[in-house]
Design a binder for this molecule. Sequence first.
Ligand SMILES: CN(C)CCCNS(=O)(=O)c1cccc(Nc2nc(OCC3CCCCC3)c3[nH]cnc3n2)c1
Length: 278
Amino acid sequence: MQTTLDDYEVIETIGTGSYGTCKKIRRRRDGLILVWKEMDYGMMTETEKQMLVSEVNLLRELKSPYIVRYYDRIIDRTNTTIFIIMEYCKGGDLATLINKCKKEGSYLDENFIWKILIQVTLALKECHERKNGKAVLHRDLKPANVFLDTDKNVKLGDFGLARVLHHETSFANTFVGTPFYMSPELVNNMSYNEKSDVWSMGCMLYELCALRPPFVASNQAELNRKIRLGEFARIPLHFSDDLNTIQKKMLQVDVSKRPSITELLAEPLVASRLPKVE
Ligand SMILES: CN(C)CCCNS(=O)(=O)c1cccc(Nc2nc(OCC3CCCCC3)c3[nH]cnc3n2)c1
């Protein structure tokens, strides 16, 4: 049934993303804690609004324990705002966790990093499997978009929203952060594909270990050059050769040599760590 804003009570603002504000809310009827993301569609063209509607409809279909659960959407026409209601992830995002480790001068636990790798890969598998012919590519995989629940299980968030925002006219597109995770094919203006998400995941895995991205530069041209070259130092020696091996496979500049999600899940180092299907 269609819910209204009155069915929820705002607890606090969690933060502001590239598309709008994220608030922690409580569903009045049962006290369930959720979040909503407010997006002002007032400035969007008809095409962008259509894209937003289709992205939200795709979000509804993504059902995986490793993807932030979509609950509902409320459209407030008077303020041209759409509220997308989703599962609240108590553990926060990985960007916050990485910054905490940097400050403390400590590394993340290797087993925790493997767990993140496995769960993000399973989340992407769910998305890449064609949903009635449409694969949902994340396009904006980064630590700030990976959340943790109470048991420190991964919850991939903000799916699809990235695509709406990468549309030329959208305001957000002009002020997004440095694209450290941009794949070589994107740098070379080729099309984004499923293996581009694997590249971004390789960059994220590197950053979880080294507490900095594999390619760093002070400007876009320099960053593009480094990404095209694809050279980076080994992850810290603190981490195993196994983790280093799998991480290097994901950062293959040549797309044909880079594993797909399915090939990644078949890698012995990964397959041996997959949750047993109950
Ligand atoms: C901007 N950073 C400093 C983060 C500040 C805020 N800390 S934090 O690490 O995200 C944090 C702290 C505690 C709980 C949660 N839970 C949470 N957050 C979401 O989005 C956060 C939002 C994403 C866009 C940018 C602003 C923040 C969710 N989306 C769907 N479920 C969500 N659950 C997040």
